[in-house]
Design a protein. Sequence first.
Length: 351
Amino acid sequence: MASFSANFMQQNYLRPSIFELVAQNSMTTALRPAINYALQTVAQHYPNLCGWLWRYSEEVFGCLDLLLQSYSLRKFDASFYENFYGLRRYDINAKSVGKPLNTRHRLLSILFLVILPYVKNKLDNYHNDWKDEVGTTTNDIGQQIKKYFLMLYPYIHLICKSLSLAYNLMYACGIDDSFSPLLKLAGLRLVLLTKEDLEQINSREIIEQQITNEKLSLWRKIIMFISKTFSLILKGLISGLPVLAFCLKTVEWWYSPENTTRSSSAFGELPIPPPPDKPKVSPNGIKPSINPADCALCNEAITNAAALSTSGYVFCYPCVYHYLKEHGKCPITQVATGLQQVVKIYPSVLK
């Protein structure tokens, strides 16, 4: 009875607060936009060399996230975000909190931390893109599938969010030990890092160092050297990514329209800067139309006009929509451009 009471008190003491779990969960949603902003900036400055970074930004972030999460789970038995807040994953059925994760738990964690969010973001992008797609009233099978997807996906999204909220409330009330349904499916719970956990992590590093110092074959030494170099790089990313994300989000906020600081009286006294240079026409792009009222893609009068915020050129909305969907860059300047950079131009109703 005494041992049961001591174990219960230890588990209750190691139980993170709801605020710590919400904070690490919010970091998950903050890092992705920051990395995407960095990729977009690089792609816009070097469109010919790095334009693919923006076109495949989800895949680039997914690969980076996979490397970070795999390393963090192997090293700390926690995700990158959980380790940042001093948390660790344990088997929900374990009687004590000293057992490391097994291979099954790590694979399920990778599935729910990396693969599932990647699939969800792709589905979100498809939902946003297909909402604006023209010609959805045809009887084509593909269009019918898109129609049912647009109809069902919001309900699926609502169910998932409701389940997540229910588990958050049950955790806050002490009814369940799992903060989210995905942790429940993986059979895991989150606890606070202890001194024993840190000693265990340090002992792993010592063992790895001893293995490295043993007499090994040349091929084995090369593999160990590559592995150690890769681990050092990932360790540096884990330490520097939160700072990088904070800096990028600060820069993004500073140049956003919501920031009123830049439009204060002190800035209003500065001279008005000259207009930006006209975007350069890429030799690999199409030539601009001689008549500004004509679309450079279809060479006809512009209808349902839409401008690209990355270059300022105006096209027919259906023409530029399908072009961006296929190529992911401005037809004229070849600057990396997504569908979210399309700005519709509405004719004035004033007479």
